[in-house]
Design a protein around this ligand. Structure first.
Ligand SMILES: NC(=O)c1ccc[n+]([C@@H]2O[C@H](COP(=O)([O-])OP(=O)(O)OC[C@H]3O[C@@H](n4cnc5c(N)ncnc54)[C@H](O)[C@@H]3O)[C@@H](O)[C@H]2O)c1
Length: 471
């Protein structure tokens, strides 16, 4: 649906008025196109002294072929040389007009609160050089893997820094924190690529954890970044419309054979979309008592198994708790949570999810922040997060991963039907002052679905433009 306010403040008169009266000024965010580079501009690479991730980061910058600048510091120069990254010299204190599309900073060398001053020293002078839709990435050590309580506190402090920076950035620029566990240095490529690229347009103020990925043949280190899902079968529930249709489209773009699932009542729409995507349609109500068995039988017979499972189907039945019927409660929990648990159990028990499988669940920001009139919905979506966190170590034993994406305000038929007050509040109350698009959720799911994303397990990634709710 069109966002009239954003259109208005992006014409010259609207821009002037909005800026004079202090209204939010959403900009058109950079998004993926077949011709766009991962980073459409230059990168500035910095680090606190003693960082353990310098070479790993430099390798990613070299791989995405971004023109990079860094300081004259020996450790940074050595890391760039080791990664074959031809970095120019840049002094952020120097006056001048140089701008950057990305600031990438290795904070893993920060081992005490005193050393947090390194953050101000690097970002203070460079932050104003970030371009529209630019990216700030801070990479650190998970506090749980720190060598001392002081290092743990300093690394945990990075969350507050990044979340605040995300709120200070303007013009669609974003900030994220990536914690890289010891041993996962070589597993950061897909995460850094996604967070640097326009594919993460509506993600800001987020924290991702990368752990060592199991080294299986299904999870190769090198792959075709244009068709990362080539040869893979991806099931998407609720695929006939809205966010599910966008997920199916993006996974097909990435090379997957998509099996779109939806209720029989939406069978025509589902078949039309699957025809367009060269996918297959499977009509099923996921709350059927034998839904798991039906799905296992179908996926085994028609596709020999499945590699990616996206639990997107979901509903709302809003009412304040005192007015909510047992049916409204049961239906929402049944579709949004119980059905996902049952399908997972069936697919895992039967071995239908092939080795290196990826399960990605669609939660919701309201499952994190809560929302009046949505006790049933928020309970179900918080339960999805609980399921992901609890199942992560279980599925890891079988070489799979499970992660969740929690969308905020996404421009869909559902949000278009909201009354204007809550709709405008939902759209503007985030760091980029606009709603996200279904494709933004789909890109985050496609990121977790990649074979090379094996280092991401048990993460919950909000796609909410850093909503001010539930931050
Ligand atoms: N739109 C948003 O802003 C937003 C925000 C946060 C989370 N979400 C979540 O994203 C997901 C998709 O939302 P949407 O806005 O595209 O909704 P939508 O209503 O347009 O699509 C949901 C799909 O799920 C299918 N579905 C529902 N019950 C089913 C069942 N029993 N068996 C099989 N399929 C079933 C529907 O038929 C439909 O195609 C949902 O899980 C929703 O909770 C949406």
């Amino acid at each position: 649906m069109s966002d009239l306010y954003t259109q208005l403040v992006n014409n010259p008169i609207g821009k002037l008025v909005a800026s004079n009266v202090g209204l939010p000024q959403p900009v058109k965010l950079d998004r993926w196109s077949p011709y766009a580079s991962v980073v459409d501009g230059q990168a500035l690479f910095g680090a606190a002294p003693g960082g353990r991730l310098l070479t790993a980061i430099a390798k990613v910058l070299a791989m995405v072929e971004v023109s990079t600048s860094t300081s004259l510091r020996t450790d940074l120069r050595e890391a760039c040389a080791a990664a074959d990254l031809d970095a120019a010299v840049f002094n952020p204190e120097a006056p001048g007009e140089q701008r950057f599309k990305a600031l990438v900073y290795d904070a893993s060398g920060i081992k005490s609160s005193e050393q947090l001053a390194e953050l101000r020293a690097f970002f203070g002078p460079s932050i104003r050089r970030v371009q529209p839709s630019g990216r700030v990435l801070v990479v650190g050590t998970p506090p749980e893997n720190a060598g001392s309580p002081k290092e743990a506190a300093a690394q945990r402090a990075l969350e507050g820094f990044v979340r605040s920076l995300g709120k200070e950035l303007r013009y669609g620029a974003t900030a994220q924190l990536v914690y890289v566990a010891p041993g996962a240095e070589d597993d950061i490529t897909s995460t850094l690529r996604f967070l640097l690229a326009p594919k993460s347009a509506y993600v800001s103020g987020q924290v991702l954890r990368v752990t060592p990925a199991p080294d299986t043949p299904e999870n190769p280190g090198a792959l075709d970044w244009d068709l990362p899902l080539a040869g893979k079968v991806a099931l998407v529930t609720g695929a006939s419309r809205g966010i599910g249709a966008a997920i199916a489209t993006v996974l097909a773009r990435d090379g997957a054979h998509v099996v779109g699932l939806d209720v029989p009542a939406l069978g025509d729409d589902l078949r039309d979309l699957m025809d367009e995507l060269d996918g297959s349609a499977f009509e099923l109500d996921i709350t059927d008592v034998d839904a798991g068995e039906q799905l296992v039988t179908h996926l085994t017979a028609a596709h020999g198994g499945v590699d990616v499972v996206v639990h997107n189907a979901g509903i709302t039945r809003d009412k304040t708790l005192g007015r909510m019927s047992a049916d409204q409660w049961d239906l929402v929990i049944g579709i949004n949570l119980t059905a996902e648990e049952r399908l997972n159990d069936a697919l895992l028990e039967a071995g239908t999810l092939r080795k290196g499988g990826r399960i990605v669940c669609v939660s919701s920001m309201n499952g994190i922040a809560g929302a009046a009139g949505q006790t049933n919905y928020a309970t179900s979506k918080a339960g999805v997060i609980g399921m992901v966190e609890a199942m992560a170590p279980v599925v890891a034993k079988q070489g799979h991963t499970i992660n969740a994406v929690a969308p905020g305000f996404i421009e869909t038929a559902m949000t278009a039907a909201m009354p204007i007050g809550p709709r405008e509040a939902g759209r503007r109350m985030n760091s980029v002052s606009q709603g996200g698009l279904p494709v933004d959720v789909a890109e985050a799911i496609a990121f977790f679905a990649k074979p090379v994303s094996g280092g991401l397990n048990g993460n919950v990634l909000r796609v909410c433009g850093q909503s001010l709710l539930g931050a």
